[in-house]
Design a protein around this ligand. Structure first.
Ligand code: GSH
Length: 230
C-alpha cells in the first residue's frame, strides 16, 4: 500500500503527457502536481539533481525520473509488465526510439515555429501552468519571441517542411506501422502507443492542434487512444 503516488509535471511538457496517459489508462490513483516552469529545478530538488519533469514518486516514497523508463516502471508495477512484453521486442525497441527521436522533435516546431504560433502557445501556457504573478506576465510576453527565435525557427528551417507537413509525414509513417491493427501494439495499445500519444496530446491544448486533426488515420488512432483512458 503506502502513500498515494505523485507525478510532478508541467502541463505543457510532452514527456509528462506520455507518463500521464499510461497512468490514466491503467487507472492508477495518482496525485498530479504542477510545478512552476520558472523554478523546475527547485520544485523537483527533492528527487536529486535530475532537475526535470516528469518525476514519479511511488507508493514507497521512492523517486523515479525520465519518461520512457517511467513508462516501463509503471507498466511493470501496475500492469505486470504486460505491455513491455507485447509483440516483437526488436520492433518495439526500434519504434520507441523512433517516437522519442522524431515525434519529440515535432512538438516545438508546431508550437513555436512561427511568431504567431509561438505567441498563441506562450499565452496559453501562461494560463494553464503555475506561475508567480510577475513571471506569468513576463513569460506570456517575453517567452514567445525567445522560443521562436532561439530554437523553433532554426529547427523548421533545417527540416525544410512546414511544421504541419512534418507532423503529417510522421503520423503517416507511424500509423502505417500499425498494419491492419487499431494500435501499434495490436488489438490493444502498448508503451510505444502511449509514448506517441503523449507527444501528440501535449499539442492538444493549443489552437495549432487543428493542423493535426485533418490527418485521418492519425486522428482515428488518437481518438481510439483517448477512448482507452479512465
Ligand atoms: N528525457 C526526459 C526529458 C525531460 C525534460 O526535458 N523535461 C523538461 C520539460 S518538457 C524539463 O523539465 N526541463 C527542465 C530543464 O531542462 O531545466 C524525459 O523523457 O523525461
Amino acid at each position: 500500500m503506502g502513500q498515494t503516488p505523485t507525478l510532478h509535471l508541467l502541463y505543457s511538457c510532452p514527456f509528462c503527457w506520455k507518463v500521464r496517459g499510461l497512468l490514466e489508462h491503467l487507472d492508477v490513483d495518482v496525485n498530479y502536481v504542477g510545478v512552476n516552469g520558472m523554478k523546475i529545478k527547485k520544485d523537483v530538488a527533492f528527487a536529486g539533481d535530475w532537475g526535470k519533469v516528469p518525476v514519479f514518486t511511488d507508493a514507497q516514497g521512492q523517486h523515479h525520473v525520465d519518461s520512457t523508463p517511467l513508462l516501463r516502471l509503471i507498466d511493470q508495477t501496475y500492469n505486470n509488465g504486460v505491455m513491455a512484453a507485447q509483440g516483437d521486442a526488436a520492433r518495439r525497441e526500434e519504434w520507441m526510439t523512433w517516437v522519442d527521436t522524431h515525434l519529440s522533435k515535432a512538438t516545438v516546431p508546431i508550437l513555436y515555429g512561427s511568431l504567431g504560433s509561438a505567441l498563441k502557445t506562450t499565452t496559453r501556457i501562461s494560463k494553464i501552468e503555475k506561475f508567480g504573478f510577475i513571471s506569468k506576465r513576463l513569460y506570456a510576453w517575453a517567452g514567445f519571441p525567445i522560443m521562436w527565435g532561439i530554437i523553433a525557427r532554426k529547427r523548421v528551417k533545417r527540416d525544410g517542411r512546414t511544421p504541419k507537413k512534418l507532423w503529417h509525414d510522421l503520423l503517416t509513417e507511424f500509423t502505417d506501422a500499425h498494419g491492419d491493427e487499431p494500435f501499434f501494439g495490436g488489438a490493444t495499445p502498448d508503451l510505444v502507443d502511449f509514448a506517441a500519444f503523449g507527444y501528440m496530446r501535449s499539442v492538444s491544448p493549443y489552437p495549432q492542434f487543428e493542423q493535426l486533426t485533418d490527418h485521418a488515420n492519425g486522428m482515428a488512432w488518437y481518438r481510439r487512444m483517448e477512448a482507452t483512458l479512465n
